[in-house]
Design a protein around this ligand. Structure first.
Ligand code: GLN
Ligand code: ZN
Length: 757
């Protein structure tokens, strides 16, 4: 049995690409050096897959920033404002991804959104009516050729035409229909170009096929692919889907001239059923995604082999594959020296998953696989159980009643009580929590971790930083202050460290967007709060000022979504455990004089099922109550804020209101404030702070720009409900740009206050 990998991580096991790119952004290295670093990484990744015996290795899964953006560029989808900068190809690309402010002009970055139900973010390409769609690059050919020159035959990947057209933003009057012909021509040219270079296979990634699709979509998909495949030539086409099942298009896909179809058996609840019901064509190869590309637990061989055997019995020609790209898991367990083997043996990161593919493929061919050592080892792992239960946690869960999910009095009444108690001006200004994590901050934390400085020295440094941050915020006139989160490496890891049940890795980085990586903890066992987590810092900050300081917590849904979750208990139970732990912290902050508490739910939307019909029953029906459970115990005058990144919640606004927070801040500036219409239409009751500028980019917003944004917001949000704040936390920004930006933000709020009078 042959094996296939949908895609491999690309940032580098030691985040080499991140460091090289950041050097390039700072002008410390040139484009040649950056490209060379990238080439080395690509070669290394292909080498490790080859050494592990993978048969179908992917090329062109590398990207300097994002694969969808690469595909857009390949099709010539580069908006005019970026072309007009007159920059090199590489810099035009980075201008779209990160914005540009310099000699050639001043443009914001394109919008960024979560890639389906993952914590990876893609850049949203923009289609302009007068754009000329044509093959405009050679990256896919070059990377295929590089691998080939290095001695490896690969299947180059490119985002499929349907997913591309589904995720683009259409800025003019045209719709996907208007682009069908031009896009078809580009993909045909890709096929021809690959054929010319000798490629045997190409992989079209079409995760958009696992969403809800209707008759129109099916018809469009059919015409699109009939066109693309009409001149297929000798290159075989693998249609790769992932993140769910293709129930709405299964028969459409099997009826088209693909040579291989990749289906997800891990998240695709109906995948096996679809094959049972409709069969699988004899002339195609099924790439069966059975090794989980998203989670880090070992594969259960007995279960996987049973599926493979059933496929064989049906006569399906099968290649064993990962369920999606391994982009979503860390590189390797190697070097995780602090994790005892008793834990590690339950995990498989990307490199270990390659080993699983090989073992499974071998076992699948052995008659007596059930007595093979690899099989027996794996069975033992799953039969011996893990030490992960805490009876106290279970008892507390059992005691929760309906009343624990409801805060009183109602929000309307609380709003008045809070306005009196907090005495804030109209259009209160605030930030989202973190301040720049400058070198000194990181050094201090690292020195403490390594034991080079004492705990008291470490704390004293942080107190000094907090003191200065508070003074500075007060001096520029911000109304609700923050302590700056200097003690936090990461908003989930920091909390996880004070909660029982979490495990941490040293180097298990996963790409989140561009050069940003996260290091998700693993939820190993039952969760409870071991000790107060943030109280000390919030209380110290509050002692330095009379203005309210916001306590800053990460919410249960985000903690869960940004961790590798357990697979032995339900997500619902896991979230509820975390809610109770964070609830303890909320009540502690309140008891210690903190009057405003922000509970970040940056990742609330992330695990929202991809199909609408599953939204409530499979997710929102427990995720939203979990948030309420965290704050339902506070006094009416304590103001609860929440924060969400990426305002992609237009379609779940009632659920967001139902979180029953008093104030919500969210990213808006990169998505053109579209969310505001929806809030208005739904009579959103929560006070709102749509971000007035983009913090993912180093550019400094002018006062005018912020005033303009606020004027637009005022048309949609009642004055007494509108807050003024940046998009998100400022930890990734430099101090200089942060200061300049926030000074402008306060000035803009002052102007708007005068206008409102
Ligand atoms: N409070 C966090 C911060 O400011 C929120 C970060 C986030 O939303 N991702 O850093
Ligand atoms: Zn955010």
């Amino acid at each position: 049995m042959l094996t296939s990998v949908v895609g491999y991580p690309r940032i580098g096991a030691c985040r080499e690409l991140k460091y090289a790119s950041e050097k390039y952004f700072k002008g410390e290295i040139g484009p040649g050096e950056l490209s060379a670093a990238a080439g080395e990484l690509r070669a290394a990744h292909i080498r490790s897959q080859k050494e592990a015996g993978v048969d179908f290795i992917t090329s062109n899964d590398f990207s300097f920033y994002d694969g969808l953006l690469d595909t857009a560029v390949l099709c010539g989808i580069v908006p005019k404002r970026y072309r007009d900068l007159g920059l090199s190809q590489m810099d035009t690309y980075f201008a779209m991804a990160r914005g540009y402010q310099g000699e050639n002009g001043d443009v914001k970055a394109l919008a960024m959104k979560k890639w389906f139900n993952t914590n990876y973010h893609y850049i949203v390409p923009e289609l302009e009516d007068d754009m000329e769609i044509r093959l405009s690059g050679s990256k896919i050919f070059d990377e295929y050729a590089q691998a080939r020159a290095d001695g490896t035959e690969t299947k180059p990947v490119v985002t499929g035409a349907y997913t591309l057209l589904s995720l683009c933003r259409y800025t003019g009057k045209k719709t996907r229909e208007d682009y069908l012909v031009a896009v078809t021509a580009v993909y045909r040219e890709i096929l021809r170009g690959l054929e010319k270079r000798g490629a045997g296979w190409v992989q079209f990634d079409e995760p958009a096929f696992v969403r809800d699709l209707d008759g129109n979509d099916r018809d469009f998909i059919k015409r699109l692919y009939q066109g693309i495949l009409a001149e297929k030539g000798s290159v075989k086409v693998l249609l790769q889907t992932y993140f769910g099942d293709v129930r709405d298009v299964y028969e459409t896909l099997t009826g088209l001239d693909f040579d291989g179809i990749g289906l997800d058996f891990v998240e695709g609840r109906q995948t096996a059923g679809l094959i049972d019901r409709y069969g699988f064509p004899k002339d195609k190869i099924l790439f069966a995604g059975l090794v989980n590309g998203k989670n880090i637990w070992r594969n259960h061989y007995a279960a996987t082999l049973a599926v493979l055997r059933a496929l064989r019995d049906k006569g399906v020609n099968t290649v064993l594959s990962t369920s999606c790209s391994l982009l979503h898991v860390p590189y390797t367990l190697e070097g995780e020296d602090r994790l005892p083997d008793a834990y590690k043996k339950h995990f498989a990161f990307a490199a270990e998953k390659l080993g699983e593919l090989r073992e499974l493929a071998q076992l699948a061919e052995e008659e007596d696989s059930e007595t093979a050592p690899a099989f027996l080892d794996n069975e033992k792992l799953f039969s011996e159980g893990r030490d992960c239960a805490d009876p106290e946690v279970k008892k507390r869960l059992a005691r929760i009643s309906d009343a624990d999910y409801t805060r009183s009095p109602e929000r309307k009444e609380r709003e008045q009580i809070q306005k009196k108690a907090l005495e804030l001006p109209i259009f209160p200004t605030t930030t989202i929590g973190s301040f720049p994590q400058t070198q000194d901050v990181k050094k201090n934390r690292a020195a403490f971790r390594k034991g080079e400085i004492s705990e008291e020295q470490y704390r004293e440094f942080n107190r000094e930083k907090i003191k200065r941050a508070v003074q500075w915020q007060e001096s520029i006139g911000l109304d609700v202050l923050v302590h700056g989160e200097y003690e936090r490496n990461d908003m989930v890891e920091y909390f996880g460290e004070s909660l029982s049940g979490f495990l941490f890795t040293q180097k298990a980085w996963v790409q989140s967007y561009g050069t940003r990586c996260v290091k998700p903890p693993v939820i190993w066992g039952d969760v409870s709060r071991k000790k107060p987590i943030t109280v000390e810092w919030a209380v110290y900050a509050q002692s330095q000022t009379d203005r309210p300081v916001k306590g800053m917590l990460t919410g249960p849904v985000t903690i869960l979504n940004w961790s590798f979750p357990r697979e032995d208990i339900s997500i619902r139970e896991s979230i509820t455990q975390i809610s109770l732990a964070i609830r303890d912290e909320v009540l502690d902050l309140e008891a210690n004089g903190i009057r405003i508490i922000q509970i970040d739910e940056a990742a609330l939307r992330e695990k929202l099922p991809l199909r609408k019909s599953d939204w409530y029953k499979d997710y929102l029906d427990f995720a939203i109550p979990a948030f309420r459970l965290v704050h339902s115990g506070v006094k009416p005058e304590t103001q609860i804020h929440t924060h969400m990144c990426y305002s992609e919640f237009t379609d779940i606004i009632p659920a967001i209101d139902d979180m029953d927070a008093d104030v919500i801040t969210f990213e808006a500036s990169r998505s053109d404030l579209q969310i505001l219409d929806a809030l208005n239409a739904c009579h959103f009751e929560t006070e709102t702070g749509p971000g007035v500028y983009d913090i993912h980019s180093p550019r400094i917003p002018s006062v005018d720009e912020i005033v303009t944004a606020l004027r637009r917001m005022r048309k949609k949000v009642p004055d007494d409900k509108l807050w003024v704040n940046p998009d998100c936390g400022l930890k990734t920004r430099g101090e200089r740009e942060t200061e300049a930006s926030l000074i402008n933000l306060v000035k803009a709020a002052q102007i708007i206050r005068k206008e409102a009078r």
